[in-house]
Design a protein around this ligand. Structure first.
Ligand SMILES: Cc1cc2nc3c(=O)[nH]c(=O)nc-3n(C[C@H](O)[C@H](O)[C@H](O)COP(=O)(O)O)c2cc1C
Length: 179
């Protein structure tokens, strides 16, 4: 069974991205097993001086969760025309440890606009050598209007886009990846 670690770039309790995660889990059914990383806000601020062994407990836990997953799903909003600081901070902790190296990633940027965060995250994922196929990266604009509280994607176009990305992600994401 494929094991997918889920990272939500939003730390809000009532997160729209959380609802998209719920929707993706439902759409996947028994095709994979998901584990949600509790919160990117649990990680300390990245500091290269502290990036040494033994790592801080939460950093070690994050790295271990990444290491034990086959794939990673990232769902995130955009803040102030960029990647939420807490999510970027989490990714910064993985640079030296190379936890994302060759790891297939599905990226969903669910935001009001989201274009800049989406593009920026794709650059970051590339530099940390994650495998992101074009088919497994989806930008959902006006996201709040496209999913309901039950985790049902109410916009047919978005449901199709996420469904197709998921099918590709659960298949062979290396087929048309950035590698
Ligand atoms: C401080 C702040 C800045 C924001 N800046 C942007 C932005 O630059 N672009 C955008 O698309 N949405 C922006 N938003 C709106 C978020 O995309 C929206 O609140 C989204 O639903 C947050 O995701 P979440 O519901 O998963 O927390 C911003 C929201 C906040 C609170």
């Amino acid at each position: 069974m494929t094991h997918i670690l889920v990272i939500n770039g939003s730390t809000r309790a009532a997160s729209t991205n959380g609802l998209f995660i719920k929707a993706i889990v439902k759409l996947t059914g028994d095709r994979a097993h998901f584990t949600l990383y509790p919160s990117v806000a649990d990680l300390p601020p990245f500091n290269p001086d502290l990036d040494m062994e033994p790592a801080a407990a939460e950093v070690a836990n994050f790295r271990a969760m990444l290491a034990s997953s086959d794939r990673v799903l990232i769902c995130t909003p955009e803040y102030a025309m960029g990647v939420p600081g807490t999510l970027k901070n989490a990714l910064d902790w993985t640079v030296s440890s190379a936890d994302f190296r060759l790891k297939p990633v599905m990226l969903v940027t669910a935001s009001l606009s989201g274009e800049k965060a989406h593009a920026s995250l794709l650059e970051t994922l590339k530099v940390i050598e994650a495998v992101v196929a074009p088919e497994t990266s989806v930008l959902v604009q006006f996201a709040r209007t496209k999913v309901n509280a039950e985790g049902l994607i109410t916009d047919p176009e978005t449901r199709n886009a996420i469904g197709n990305a998921l099918d590709s992600f659960l298949g062979d994401p290396c087929a048309s990846s950035n590698l």
